[in-house]
Design a protein around this ligand. Sequence first.
Ligand SMILES: Cc1cc2nc3c(=O)[nH]c(=O)nc-3n(C[C@H](O)[C@H](O)[C@H](O)COP(=O)(O)OP(=O)(O)OC[C@H]3O[C@@H](n4cnc5c(N)ncnc54)[C@H](O)[C@@H]3O)c2cc1C
Ligand SMILES: NC(=O)c1ccc[n+]([C@@H]2O[C@H](COP(=O)([O-])OP(=O)(O)OC[C@H]3O[C@@H](n4cnc5c(N)ncnc54)[C@H](O)[C@@H]3O)[C@@H](O)[C@H]2O)c1
Length: 440
Amino acid sequence: MLKYDVIIIGWGKAGKTLAKTFSADGKTVAVIERDEKMAGGTCINVACIPTKTLSVDSVKGTDYVDAFERRNLVVKKLNETNYQNLATEETIDIYFGEASFKNDRELIVRAGEERFSLKGALVFINTGSESRIPNIRGIMESKHVYDSTQLQELPFLPKRLGIIGAGNIGLEFASIYSGFGSKVTLIETGAEILKHEEPEIRIAVQEELVQQGIEVLTETAVSSIQDVTNDGVKVITKAGDTFNFDAILIATGRKPAIESLRLWNTAIKLNESGGIWTNDYLRTTVDHVFALGDVRGEEQFTYTSLDDARIIDSYLYGNQDYNLKSRQNLPYSIFINPPFARVGMTEAEAVAANLDIRTNILPVAKMPRAHVTGDLRGVFKAVIAKHSNQILGASLFGAQAHEIINIVKLAKDYNLPASVLHNQVFTHPTMAENLNDLFK
Ligand SMILES: Cc1cc2nc3c(=O)[nH]c(=O)nc-3n(C[C@H](O)[C@H](O)[C@H](O)COP(=O)(O)OP(=O)(O)OC[C@H]3O[C@@H](n4cnc5c(N)ncnc54)[C@H](O)[C@@H]3O)c2cc1C
Ligand SMILES: NC(=O)c1ccc[n+]([C@@H]2O[C@H](COP(=O)([O-])OP(=O)(O)OC[C@H]3O[C@@H](n4cnc5c(N)ncnc54)[C@H](O)[C@@H]3O)[C@@H](O)[C@H]2O)c1
């Protein structure tokens, strides 16, 4: 039996950050990762970084084969850096194998034929999430159905790409693959895409996708998938329509990666989303075990996983003043072309909360920088409290939205009134300076 001060299951963002903190404190740390290719975790190997690398190249008009090569080089470099970052620490041991719980105290690691057990004074579960595959007839048998990891690892560009699910991943991949020249069809069961977003933005995004040649099918449910000899794969909808593709991407959400952990051997409980339940300090129902990142079944972002590491840091090394309740104003971006980003409330949410509000809408075509770059696409919208002038929310669709949203988030976190952004001195001509007008 191997014994450690700290065991981290899964090489996620929170875990790899904490491994360094614990090691600097002289603690012995075991990091257990089931996939040898995943040093550094999901984000750098198969998610944020490779997809955004492809996205940048698709906008530039790079040939897919060259973009694919650059994607692989970027991943290789970050993977190696991440591996070395932990491997060079004297008190960190890395094990490539799948970890599961034998009981609350003991873990078993399976690496090929090999098995060994470990005990940790503290255990951190950071196993991330995995694609949720819908129950569609023929989906498992088809040779042309991929999840986001498998599709981005295809060395060739599918000419006709069907994407099931128009959420975060579906929209990003639609933009990327259409940019490279695939004929993309988005198939979404919901009545509209981005249904929780501002209507002005939702409409502008949909128009832009269509303008780019992406077909958007809403209120469309797939009833079966069938491979066709010499012609890819056929999708049949519940309404009886048939579509032919060379590849299908499943982008219908991601579920917490808990199956391999054998939690039924422990007193660790799950929450309503099927993730691991924790208290506000990320402690599970077993005292010495904590859960971090996607595996908690809540927000699924690299930066929330990193923020989970901050909570643990504050809990173990600080004055315990930071926890899930203190986390505020989570921004998010969808990396379509141009990008969309949001923080805080939409107009509808503010009205539903009985707030007295005003809104400002600013088309990108009215922004000086947009004329400099020649990219007039998009619209920004702000929701502001009428009397207090408090910033309630901002939804930005346009170039640099993913960067600018962080300024609004900071202002909102510090409860700055809209007048601060309205009167702020920003460099010119930039996209950020338009916050002056947006928060008028
Ligand atoms: C295509 C795509 C694009 C995305 N783009 C963005 C983006 O642009 N920005 C953003 O913020 N977020 C993005 N996300 C979400 C982001 O990738 C995740 O929220 C984040 O990586 C989750 O990190 P984590 O710390 O929970 O764990 P992960 O980084 O997911 O790490 C979990 C690790 O645990 C391992 N593991 C699982 N089970 C076991 C076990 N039993 N034993 C040992 N190891 C195990 C897995 O192999 C994995 O390496 C994207 C996701 C996808 C799929
Ligand atoms: N830029 C980013 O930060 C980023 C990028 C990618 C992924 N992510 C994270 O990954 C998570 C998972 O992304 P996702 O896009 O898989 O999930 P999602 O929840 O964002 O979207 C899933 C979509 O699939 C639709 N859907 C579900 N079942 C369907 C079916 N059978 N047929 C057709 N449509 C169906 C849903 O209505 C929804 O619109 C996101 O929630 C996000 O947190 C973040």
